[in-house]
Design a protein around this ligand. Structure first.
Ligand SMILES: NC(=O)C1=CN([C@@H]2O[C@H](COP(=O)(O)OP(=O)(O)OC[C@H]3O[C@@H](n4cnc5c(N)ncnc54)[C@H](O)[C@@H]3O)[C@@H](O)[C@H]2O)C=CC1
Ligand SMILES: N[C@@H](CC=O)C(=O)O
Length: 353
């Protein structure tokens, strides 16, 4: 049976949810997936950092009410988040990066990924910054060090989109996509349709763990812009940067805009899209659109997301599922680890044959 030692960088909603899953499901995973996860290090800006080569008990980690610098009280602990030491020296096979997304330059998460990959550790991440802004470099670094850089949760949380489209739509000639790619803004629009004011709806999304640390990224469209870049670069072979994608969010939509749409049997949705033009150039945009109720994306509610891929051979193929949420996003990390495990076990089987 395989045990993967993991180091958690960031111990907020998503990585805590992963620890929760480890505490409750390791035995099931051992039986059904062929591996267990063992947390050997955690580093968090607020809590500090800790390394325990034999492993930290996941349940104790999530149940303990640590205050600022609290990891400093643990054996092997430090009241500061010494990320570089943790990432480079902890005896981890996999570094799980789930710190804040920085939409401008992706830092410090890009450095976290570089340190891990250069030290021969796999990286799984839900952080959109490194994927949108440094994917090519990080994939090359992973390849050079014989490890993997996986990031399924960077778009539509646990809903399989990146790997699904890359693998199962291969050859279908994807030439564009459009979708609802932010759970918070979709949730806020729905709550405003029910009569709630914008600020209260955003607060609810924060409490439910959907929103970014700074929810401006959600409601101004910056989060969707990163996801458009990720999908366009991954699936359309583009080399977009966030500034190449025009971006407008939902913060300017007033309660009367929302009410007027309802009167005309339509609904506002924040749509991220990209398509390849006749000249081969890929153009992306993020903007609120008033969709008629019969439009397939009009019925996508709450934190649910959906993306329709336009393909030459199949027409439109739509994937719908959770776009945000702590457990849902932690599942994306598990799916990345499953992908790493599957590749490594098939490589071992090939060698043995
Ligand atoms: N919550 C969700 O539904 C989804 C989140 N994501 C992404 O996953 C990542 C984590 O999300 P959440 O856990 O919800 O965020 P969060 O805000 O709950 O947690 C982030 C944690 O990272 C820590 N942190 C920030 N900077 C750090 C640094 N330099 N070093 C060490 N620790 C640091 C913070 O102290 C905090 O505990 C974010 O990048 C987010 O954009 C992606 C998909 C869905
Ligand atoms: N804040 C994001 C989380 C996932 O990326 C969202 O609301 O979609």
């Amino acid at each position: 049976m395989t045990v993967y030692n993991i180091a958690l960088i960031g111990f907020g909603g998503v990585n805590r949810a992963l620890a929760e899953l480890i505490a409750t499901r390791n035995t099931l995973w051992e039986r059904e997936l062929g591996f267990r996860l063992n947390i050997v290090a955690v580093s968090d800006l607020y809590l500090g950092s800790v390394i325990s080569p034999n492993g930290l008990d996941a349940k104790t980690l999530i149940d303990a009410k640590f205050t600022k610098g609290g990891f400093g009280q643990l054996s092997g602990g430090n009241a500061e988040a010494d990320n570089e030491t943790i990432i480079r020296t902890a005896p981890a096979d996999i570094v799980v990066e789930a710190t804040f997304t920085n939409p401008t330059d992706g830092e410090p998460a890009v450095s976290h990924c570089r340190w891990a990959l250069a030290s021969g550790k796999h990286v799984v991440t839900t952080n959109k910054g490194p994927v949108a802004l440094a994917a090519l470099e990080l994939k090359a670094l992973a390849e050079a060090n014989g490890v993997r850089f996986e990031y399924e949760g960077s778009v539509m949380s646990g809903t399989p989109v990146i790997r699904m489209a890359a693998k199962t739509l291969a050859g279908a000639e994807v030439d564009g996509f459009e979708g609802i790619l932010n759970g918070t803004s979709n949730f806020v629009l729905g709550r405003m349709e029910s009569g709630l004011d914008f600020d209260t709806a955003v607060r609810e999304a924060q409490e439910l763990g959907y929103a970014e640390a700074d929810p401006t990224a959600d409601v101004e469209g910056f989060d969707v812009r990163l996801k458009v870049v990720i999908l366009a670069n991954e699936l359309l072979g583009a080399q977009l940067k966030p500034d190449d994608v025009t971006c407008k969010g939902i913060s300017q939509l007033s309660p009367s805009d929302i009410g007027d749409a309802a009167k005309t049997n339509s609904r506002w949705k924040l749509i991220g899209s990209a398509s390849r033009g006749a000249d081969g150039r890929v153009v992306g945009s993020v903007m609120p659109k008033q969709l008629p109720l019969e439009h397939p994306l009009a019925a996508v509610n709450g934190p649910t997301n959906a993306v329709s891929f336009n393909t030459k051979l199949l027409g439109s193929v739509t994937v719908t599922g959770p776009g945000a949420g702590r457990i849902e996003t932690a599942y994306a990390l598990l799916s990345d680890i499953v992908a790493i495990h599957t590749q490594s076990t098939s490589a071992i089987a090939k060698e043995a044959a």
